[in-house]
Design a binder for this molecule. Structure first.
Ligand code: PEP
Length: 253
C-alpha cells in the first residue's frame, strides 16, 4: 500500500477572534506551499470556532487549506437549541468535522455511542469525520491504553465508514495541552493496533489516516510524523501560530 499523505489539522478550540482568524489564515496562505503544487508533504486543515467558520471559508479562498469544525450535532435539524447540524457546516464550506475530542468526552460527558451518531451525521452530510480516541493518565498507568482505545474505536466509528469519510486521531488525554508527548515507541504500538482494527472493521481501512495529537510542535514533529502508521497530526496550541503550524507540516516530509 502506498504511503498515505499526511494531514495536519489545527484545532483552534475556543480561541481567537474574527481579526485573529483573518491574520492567521493570511499568514498560512502566504506560506501555503501546497498552492503551487510543489511544497509540503502534508494536507492542511484549520478548525476554527463555529462563529468564524463562514469568515474562515472566505479567507481560505484561493488556497488548498481545508476547513473543519470542532463538533456537530447527531440530528439533522430541529428543536436542538445551541447545537449545529453537520449540513450547516457543509453549507459554511467545511469538509471535515472533529467529533469525540477528549475535551467534549470529558466536559460534555459524550459517550462513544453519541460520538458514533455525530460521525454518522457528519458523513451523511458529506463531511469527513475526524474521530478522536485516547486514554487518560490513570488508564495508561493501569496498563489499559490498548483496551480503552479499542473500545473507543469500535464504539465511536459508525457503520458505513470508509477511507473517504473517516480520519482517526489518537490523542492520549494526558498529552493534550500539557507539553508532554507519548514516546515514538508508544505511539507506534497504539497506531499499529488502530490500523489492525481499521483493517478488520472499515471498508478501505488501509487508507484511513490516523493522526497523532498531544503537544505536537515543530521540535518534536519530525520524530512523531516518521512513526509507522502516523499519517499526520491533530494540533491544538501550536496551530494558533502560523510558523509553528507550518513547521509541523514541513516536518512531515
Ligand atoms: C488537541 O486539542 O487536539 C491537542 C492535541 O492540543 P495540543 O496540541 O495543544 O496538545
Amino acid at each position: 500500500m502506498a504511503k498515505l499523505r499526511h494531514l495536519v489539522a489545527g484545532n483552534w478550540k475556543m480561541n481567537g477572534s474574527r481579526s485573529m482568524a483573518a491574520q492567521l489564515i493570511a499568514d498560512l496562505k502566504a506560506h501555503d506551499l501546497n498552492a503551487g503544487g510543489a511544497g509540503l508533504a502534508a494536507d492542511l486543515l484549520v478548525c476554527p470556532p463555529f462563529p468564524y467558520l463562514i469568515h474562515a471559508s472566505e479567507f481560505l479562498m484561493g488556497s488548498n487549506i481545508a476547513l473543519g469544525a470542532q463538533d456537530c450535532a447527531p440530528q439533522e435539524s430541529g428543536a436542538h437549541t445551541g447545537d449545529v447540524a453537520a449540513v450547516m457546516l457543509k453549507d459554511c464550506g467545511c469538509s471535515h468535522v472533529i467529533v469525540g475530542h477528549s475535551e467534549r468526552r470529558t466536559d460534555h460527558g459524550e459517550s462513544s455511542a453519541e460520538i458514533a451518531a455525530k460521525a454518522k451525521a457528519a458523513q451523511a452530510a458529506g463531511l469527513i469525520a475526524i474521530v478522536c480516541v485516547g486514554e487518560t493518565d490513570r488508564q495508561r498507568d493501569a496498563g489499559e491504553t490498548l483496551k480503552v482505545v479499542e473500545s473507543q474505536i469500535v464504539n465511536s466509528i459508525p457503520a458505513g465508514s470508509t477511507t473517504a469519510n473517516l480520519v482517526i486521531a489518537y490523542e492520549p488525554v494526558w498529552a493534550i495541552g500539557t507539553g508532554r508527548t507519548a514516546t515514538a515507541g508508544d505511539v507506534e504500538v497504539v497506531h499499529a493496533h488502530i490500523r489492525k482494527l481499521l483493517l478488520a472493521g472499515v471498508k478501505g481501512g488501509e487508507g484511513v489516516r490516523i493522526l497523532y495529537g498531544g503537544s505536537v510542535k515543530p521540535s518534536n514533529a519530525a520524530e512523531l510524523m516518521a512513526v509507522p502508521e502516523v499519517n499526520g497530526a491533530l494540533v491544538g496550541g501550536a496551530s494558533l501560530k502560523a510558523a509553528d503550524f507550518l513547521g509541523i507540516a514541513a516536518a512531515c516530509a
